[in-house]
Design a binder for this molecule. Structure first.
Ligand SMILES: Nc1ncnc2c1ncn2[C@@H]1O[C@H](COP(=O)(O)OP(=O)(O)OP(=O)(O)O)[C@@H](O)[C@H]1O
Ligand SMILES: O=C(O)[C@@H](O)C(=O)CO
Length: 421
């Protein structure tokens, strides 16, 4: 059976977020890690989400990986392609959202694509082209201090225009609110004016569903997981998608660990909460840089903890400390050292019988999932908006929850291990 929707996600937590939305809206979804090869089995899937680690990769690499992913999806007959990026539009003036979207648009030969990172359930809304995080403009939110992609502007048309060769326009809320027909007319007008990308305002799930209905025949869509909400219904209306199946709980049993690399405010609050109930340990970036075997030291510390409790290991630090660490070691190197250490730790802990992993942060999830050699994930029940449990297909099952840095309640980690499966 051909794939209906093919998605290319620029990080791993973003991929599970999107896969979760599609599962919640009744699609069978396979999430694959990296561009699949001929051997990758995806089972019976209505949608395939390819998780890349391209958000902060060099531009040329992000573009070429995304085009390879596109080719694989097109070979499987995908009717519609969704380029999934972060609901906080994580990028720099060089990219990678603009260059990847430009390249996909050219390859698909689509003259117009939507830009809509809105995710109202997690407080990301768009009004007059400005992205809000809760009550704050993106540029006033904690995203201004992100270790890799600090967001210092909230205007999506301006952010996109700096990265893309195409003309960028706006579909304002008054049009979106009026429904799918008006949205389609506005898109036609933008197209006629030579606009290649249209930022769509959206402040509610109803807005996202109206947008979804208006873009049923678009071959390329770009946005956050929210814009995917209305897409399964388009396939259902066209008689291509069967009735919804509820997600199946994960089966993995074994010790539980949280590996956190995200430095977001939400993750730091979640770590502080977990510190009251579980053993937790912070990685020392200077010791990693000095060549100490921090993986072995941390693994030995884990072994000494009570086996019935989850443990939490984090690189995460507040913005001031992150800045100081970056000054000492360089921005990319500091991030890479923490990611590599957490990835190697995941491998060491799997050898010690750990089977349930919560990973905080998109880049961090990329590092951990790659180190564990995971090729594909099945999507299980939702723990919090945008974060499902997932499970590997192998006989020696691992359950993983890949948590976007900013997502989840303060007690997310304990919720995940107690109720999420
Ligand atoms: N103490 C630290 N000093 C410098 N960099 C750090 C430190 N701790 C973590 N990092 C790095 O910060 C980056 C955090 O990015 P990551 O994508 O994992 O989280 P996030 O951006 O909050 O999550 P998401 O992408 O899901 O929104 C990683 O590269 C991580 O290695
Ligand atoms: O859209 C989001 O906020 C998340 O899915 C994500 O991409 C975090 O890395």
């Amino acid at each position: 059976m051909a794939v209906l929707l093919g998605a290319i996600a620029d990080d791993f937590t973003g991929a599970t977020d999107l896969a979760n939305t599609l599962v919640q809206n009744g699609m069978r979804v396979a999430q694959v890690i990296g561009v699949p090869d001929a051997q990758t089995r995806i089972g019976q899937a209505d949608a395939v989400v390819i998780a890349l680690k391209s958000r902060t990769a060099p531009v040329a690499q992000a573009v070429s990986q995304s085009l390879s992913a596109l080719e694989w999806l097109q070979e499987r007959g995908a009717r519609q392609i969704l380029f999934k990026y972060c609901s906080t539009f994580d990028s720099t003036s060089k990219g990678n959202i603009g260059p990847v979207a430009d390249a996909l648009r050219a390859r698909i030969d689509s003259d117009f694509a939507l830009i809509c990172p809105a995710f109202p359930a997690n407080g990301r809304t768009i009004y007059q082209g400005h992205l809000f995080v809760g009550q704050q403009l993106l540029s006033d939110s904690p995203m201004k201090d992100h270790p890799l992609t600090p967001m210092r502007d909230a205007s999506l048309p301006r952010l996109m225009q700096a990265q893309s060769h195409a003309k960028v326009g706006l579909i304002p809320h008054e049009v979106v609110r009026a429904g799918a027909e008006g949205i389609a007319q506005r898109i036609e007008a933008l197209r006629a004016a030579g606009v290649g990308f249209g930022v769509a305002d959206a402040i509610s799930d109803d807005d996202l569903r109206a947008l979804g209905a208006a873009i049923a025949d678009h071959r390329l869509i770009t946005g956050g997981s929210g814009i995917a909400m209305g897409l399964p219904d388009n396939f259902r209306k066209a008689g291509l998608l069967g009735p919804a199946q509820p997600p199946v709980a994960t089966q993995a049993t074994g010790r539980a660990v949280v590996l956190a690399g995200s430095c977001s405010e939400a993750t730091r609050r979640q770590i502080a909460f977990a510190a009251q109930i579980w053993p937790i340990r912070k990685l020392d970036v200077d010791r990693i840089a000095a060549g100490h075997d921090v993986v072995a030291e941390t693994r030995d510390w884990v072994t000494a903890q009570p086996a019935h409790l989850p443990v939490l290991i984090h690189g995460s630090a507040d913005p001031k400390e992150v800045r100081q660490t970056q000054r000492r070691h360089g921005k990319a190197a500091a991030g890479e050292m923490v990611e590599r250490t957490l990835g190697d730790l995941a491998v060491a802990l799997r050898r010690q019988g750990f089977r349930r992993f919560v990973v905080a942060g998109g880049e961090t999830s990329g590092a951990v999932v790659s180190a564990l050699g995971i090729k594909a994930l099945r999507i299980g029940p939702e723990i919090a908006p945008g974060v499902p449990w997932t499970e590997t297909f192998d006989r020696d099952r691992l359950a993983l929850a890949l948590k976007s840095g900013n997502f989840g309640q303060d007690d997310f980690f304990s919720r995940a291990f107690s109720q999420g499966r």
